[in-house]
Design a protein around this ligand. Structure first.
Ligand SMILES: [Zn+2]
Ligand SMILES: [Zn+2]
Length: 414
């Protein structure tokens, strides 16, 4: 081959490579997902297909069925009477709804009367029913349900390929740590991106901001969880989930010289026939190149997502290197929006009232903020004037929570 021809081919390949990279850089899409859901495989009160249908019908793109200490695998038959009991007489019979939605041919029952049983389908069996269209996927997961000295330690494992048996620990923090390490160990061994998030820290008042801060393996926690029993707002003496985030992030940056935590919003849904623990309250919006489990998990791992309970962004530019956050809110009819930029200024880390203070209040749809030299970090909470349609606490409004931007120079080099 002549030299000129070789050069031409080389230039052409560079040209096409550029087009490919440019396209893949542009092709970042937003996907809506719930990372925390319970079904009949543990203590939820509906069949996984019925739950998946709810999420798919409500414009979610991905769902993690995160039952307690179990993956939806293997043969499991359940007594029909026991299933109906979980409905607590609310709504139409669970089995009847299941059959009328998916057809008699799909549903497997055996036995008669009080001994009648129905088989729970595995995730593998139900995937094709929902994933065929390419607009919805399942990410396999488990709520690794553990405790230390009576305090619940619940960690969701996302994109797991094997069940994780809860790992014991010698202290609360050790217990938290060991379960995250178990997820990480599986991820490394199977060479698959996986993620773990610490759930509802205030459930049973078990995990404090200090605990969250000091377990450095912890990268994600639930800043909002739709279960009404998890003390989201805290009480007179104890901080709510948002404040916990600010206290933990301040300790991480000012004292431990470590990365702050990312915040997840989820449902933790259990009740699908009415009842208190409903689906559709909190979710994440993830920016990823494709709707595939690895792509979603990798994006979340790099902080490319936000939590929502009703507020969405048209565009969100979060640049950790430049220290900037910029977004436009997707406005609902007649709704007004207030964005609070929340953070901690350097020197204030030991003044409780100024940890996680409001650094700026911005009204309207467009928001822009840049990290100042005297700030450890900042994040944004957007609150709409619209009431949450399915509130988990009194007076709940629709909200969104961005991930923090922080002073990277404060981080100790690993
Ligand atoms: Zn839990
Ligand atoms: Zn749960």
């Amino acid at each position: 081959m002549k030299l000129e021809k070789q050069l031409l081919l080389f230039l052409l390949s560079v040209f096409y490579l550029n087009i490919l990279t440019a396209n893949s850089a542009e092709k970042q899409l937003w996907f809506k997902g719930n990372t925390h859901t319970h079904s009949l495989w543990s203590d939820g009160n509906d069949f996984p297909e019925m739950i998946a249908k709810f999420y798919k019908d409500n414009s979610y793109h991905f769902l993690v069925l995160s039952d307690h200490n179990v993956l939806s695998r293997g043969e499991k038959w359940m007594n029909v009477g026991a299933i109906e009991k979980r409905r607590r007489t609310l709504g139409v019979a669970t089995l009847k709804k299941y059959i009328s939605t998916f057809g008699q041919d799909w549903v497997e029952v055996r036995g008669e009367d009080k001994k009648q049983e129905v088989r729970l389908k595995t995730l593998k069996e139900i995937r094709p029913k929902f994933e065929r269209g390419g607009d919805f996927i399942f990410i396999e997961g488990e709520e690794i349900t553990n405790s230390f000295g009576g305090s619940p330690v619940h960690t969701n494992g996302m994109n797991l390929k094997e069940r994780i048996v809860p790992k014991k620990g010698t202290s609360l923090r050790d217990t938290m740590r060991n379960n995250i390490i178990a997820v990480r160990e599986q991820s490394l061994r199977l060479k698959k991106p996986m993620l773990s998030h610490l759930n509802h820290p205030n459930f049973g008042w078990s995990i404090t901001a200090k605990d969250l801060a000091h377990v450095l393996e912890e990268k994600f926690f639930e800043v909002y969880n739709g279960h009404p029993g998890i003390n989201h707002l805290g009480d007179a003496k104890r901080p709510g989930d948002e404040k916990i985030w600010d206290i933990a992030n301040t300790i991480r940056l000012a004292t431990l010289k470590s990365d702050p935590l990312f915040g997840i919003s989820s449902d933790d849904s259990h009740n699908y026939h009415g009842g208190d623990v409903k689906p559709g309250r909190g979710w994440v919006m993830v920016q990823a190149s494709s709707l595939e489990e690895d792509s979603i998990v990798k994006s979340m791992d790099s902080g490319n997502f936000y939590g929502s309970s009703g507020v969405h962004f048209k565009n969100l530019l979060r640049d950790q290197k430049k220290g900037t956050l910029e977004f436009e809110i997707e406005a609902g009819a007649g709704a007004e929006y207030v964005t609070k930029i929340i953070g901690t200024r350097k020197g204030n880390e030991n003044k409780p009232d100024l940890v996680g203070e409001t650094l700026a209040t911005i009204k309207g749809k467009k928001v822009k903020y840049k990290l100042m030299d005297n700030e450890w970090y900042f994040r944004a909470t957007v609150t709409s004037s619209t009431n949450h349609p399915l509130p988990s606490f009194n007076g709940q409004k629709e909200q969104a929570w961005t991930q923090p931007i922080w002073d990277s120079s404060a981080i100790r080099k690993k």
